[in-house]
Write a protein that binds this ligand. Structure first.
Ligand SMILES: *[C@@H]1O[C@H](CO)[C@@H](O)[C@H](O)[C@H]1NC(C)=O
Ligand SMILES: *[C@@H]1O[C@H](CO)[C@@H](O)[C@H](O)[C@H]1NC(C)=O
Ligand SMILES: *[C@@H]1O[C@H](CO)[C@@H](O)[C@H](O)[C@H]1NC(C)=O
Ligand SMILES: *[C@@H]1O[C@H](CO)[C@@H](O)[C@H](O)[C@H]1NC(C)=O
Ligand SMILES: *[C@@H]1O[C@H](CO)[C@@H](O)[C@H](O)[C@H]1NC(C)=O
Ligand SMILES: *[C@@H]1O[C@H](CO)[C@@H](O)[C@H](O)[C@H]1NC(C)=O
Length: 358
């Protein structure tokens, strides 16, 4: 009894739909007229790049644009008049859309024996005939057993226009799979849910371009530190420019922090001019060599690498334990001569990032 009432209810709803779509009234000849039911502009393929691919999966989160719950799916299945169920319009962007379900598949789009799902754009909401509306579509079929939505989408964006107002997937799920109650798509014998996300993706307006420069006219800066034994314990070089950016070397002649009294500490710092220009999110990749050459007979150079990101939060990188003070102070080793220490940096790579708009 209640089943029968249900049926009546759906049928009147459907005849209503017929009238609002291009149907003038009841259809006398089922076979022939069912052809006329199908809108002519249907393609899931010819407006897509061939390299695009279909992605299927499961998700818990319900659809964001629209959902259709059908409590009488079998009635639709058995109806000879009904090719498709179309939702009321919903708004996304400046356009009106409808979600369309073909419970037996859209045979004009090779969807026979599959569930077909489409969205259609209301062409009266297009502002000009030549307008193209790009949209990302994700279709949903609820699976009660998994308590998740089966989803299907394409890697490429869909292009709606006056000639392509209905786009989607003719083969979302085989009917054999969908109709088998064990699979959980149809539940409580007769219920199911379909949904869609229609997302009109804006094009980015902000961007950044990261490049690394590896060739500089002068890649080295050499610092001759005279009067080494009388220096302040924390001593900065003059500011120098390499790769279009300003830098300092910083030396702690008696060691920094825990290394005080043990090691010479040596750092490469972003120069004051660079820090003035720097935005909080700026970062500069640097590959360099820090060196202390031996001024004696041997050409020995003590060298240690820098391979770091400099930023307003990390303005300097180097070594608290660049070398042992005992080696530095040993006249026989020749690192300090005539009370002069030589420190050098050789830049190998410096990045710069251009922000658009700046
Ligand atoms: C469908 O219509 C054509 C004419 O357009 C007619 O010849 C044919 O018999 C019709 N088919 C059925 C099943 O009524
Ligand atoms: C678009 O849909 C909304 C309801 O979602 C409706 O109020 C509005 O009139 C529709 N616009 C057009 C142009 O059909
Ligand atoms: C349906 O599939 C057949 C063969 O697979 C193909 O020749 C035909 O073009 C397809 N039709 C549509 C509308 O895609
Ligand atoms: C919009 O679609 C309707 C129904 O499909 C059609 O009659 C009308 O000509 C279309 N309008 C434009 C501007 O294409
Ligand atoms: C690298 O930096 C130098 C010095 O600033 C500059 O002249 C050159 O154009 C830069 N090269 C690239 C590829 O950015
Ligand atoms: C730092 O100093 C200590 C103590 O003199 C020494 O053992 C160590 O080798 C030094 N580190 C480096 C990297 O020379």
């Amino acid at each position: 009894m209640s089943y029968y009432k249900d049926t009546l209810c759906i049928i009147s709803l459907l005849s209503c739909l017929f009238i609002t779509s291009s149907f003038a009234g009841p259809v006398p000849n089922v076979e022939n007229s069912s052809q006329k039911l199908i809108p002519t502009q249907i393609s899931s393929r010819d407006t897509k790049a061939s390299s695009s691919s279909t992605v299927k999966g499961l998700r818990e989160r319900p659809p964001s644009s629209y959902s259709i719950k059908l409590e009488s799916f079998n009635t639709l299945m058995k109806s000879t008049y009904t090719e498709r169920y179309e939702s009321r319009p919903f708004r996304v962007g400046r356009y009106n859309w409808t979600l369309i379900v073909y419970p037996k598949g859209n045979k004009n789009d090779n969807g026979t024996r599959y569930i077909s799902l489409y969205v259609a754009i209301d062409n009266s909401t297009l502002v000009s005939p030549g307008q193209v509306v790009p949209a990302d579509l994700r279709f949903y079929v609820f699976n009660k057993k998994q308590k998740k939505y089966f989803t299907i989408q394409d890697s490429d964006v869909w292009q709606f226009n006056v000639d392509n107002t209905m786009l989607g997937f003719p083969r979302v799920l085989p009917l054999a799979t969908f109709n088998n109650l064990k699979n959980g798509y149809l539940y409580d014998t007769d219920r199911c849910e379909f949904g869609v996300d229609v997302i009109i993706p804006p094009l980015f307006e902000k961007s950044e371009l990261f490049t690394v420069n590896k060739s500089f006219p002068n890649s080295r800066f050499t610092w001759f530190i005279q009067g080494f034994s009388t220096l302040p314990s924390d001593y900065l070089s003059e500011e120098f420019t390499i790769g279009g950016k300003s830098w300092n070397l910083r030396v702690f002649r008696n060691g920094f922090g825990a290394h005080e009294g043990k090691n010479l500490s040596l750092y490469l710092n972003l120069g004051p001019q660079e820090l003035l220009k720097a935005k909080p999110y700026d970062k500069i990749y640097v590959r360099a060599k820090l060196r202390v050459p031996n001024q004696g007979q041997s050409n020995y150079v003590l060298e240690r690498p820098i391979d770091n990101w400099f930023s307003p939060q990390n303005i300097g990188w180097g070594y608290a334990d660049f070398m042992a003070l005992s080696d530095l102070r040993d006249p026989a080793k020749g690192f300090v001569r005539h009370d002069m220490l030589v420190v050098q940096v050789e830049m190998e790579a410096i990045s710069s990032t251009k922000y658009l708009p700046s």
